[in-house]
Write a protein that binds this ligand. Structure first.
Ligand code: CA
Ligand code: CA
Length: 186
């Protein structure tokens, strides 16, 4: 409606994204135009999202992991990513380690969304990550983390939890050194 520079991006959404991401107005407008070009409906479906992952990992099976990532970005759980969710995703997966990023990683691992992470959930995500590693590359992994179970055990040990324990977002975010301790896939 005459607002040619920002397209259909509302002022409200623009302000929201400006304060919650590192992008400025000009960048957001450019992202919005390219988003609409790729997704004329203004929405990315789960299938489209899986398709994007599949194109990046032609020699492996990223479907499960793509589903988990999609879930963690689909904050209103309507089965689609709108522009806001897309930009927040972009912001979280690029750039430095921030509390926001840790909170997102927590949401990724909290498969059932109950606010805590269990060992089963760690195993499920680690398994989906392994599916993305071509078999010949799996052979090159260190002996103590060359299977999903070993890797999950390592991560679990890092948090110092009992088999049937779980941890919440505060504990998770406190573990600042986790990147170098087996959870480097963030
Ligand atoms: Ca959504
Ligand atoms: Ca959970």
């Amino acid at each position: 409606m005459g607002n040619s520079k920002s397209g259909a991006l509302s002022k409200e959404l623009l302000e929201d994204l400006k304060s919650n991401t590192k992008y400025n107005e000009a960048e957001l407008c450019v992202w919005y135009q390219s988003f609409l070009k790729e997704c004329p409906t203004g929405r990315i479906t789960k299938e489209q999202f899986e398709g994007i992952y599949a194109s990046f990992f032609p020699n492996a099976d990223p479907t499960e992991y793509a589903r988990h990532v999609f879930r963690s970005f689909d904050t209103n759980a309507d089965g689609q990513l709108d522009f806001k969710e897309y930009i927040v995703a972009l912001h979280l997966t690029s750039g430095g380690k921030t509390l926001q990023k840790l909170e997102w990683a927590f949401a990724l691992y909290d498969v059932d969304g109950n606010g805590t992470i269990s060992k089963n959930e760690i195993q499920e995500i680690v398994k989906s990550i392994f599916n993305m590693i071509p078999e010949e590359d799996q052979n090159d992994l260190p002996e103590d983390e060359n299977t999903p179970d070993k890797r999950a055990d390592k991560v679990w040990d890092f948090f110092g939890k009992k088999e049937d324990g779980n941890f919440d977002c505060v504990e998770f975010c406190k573990c600042d050194t986790m990147r170098s301790s087996g959870m480097r896939d963030f």
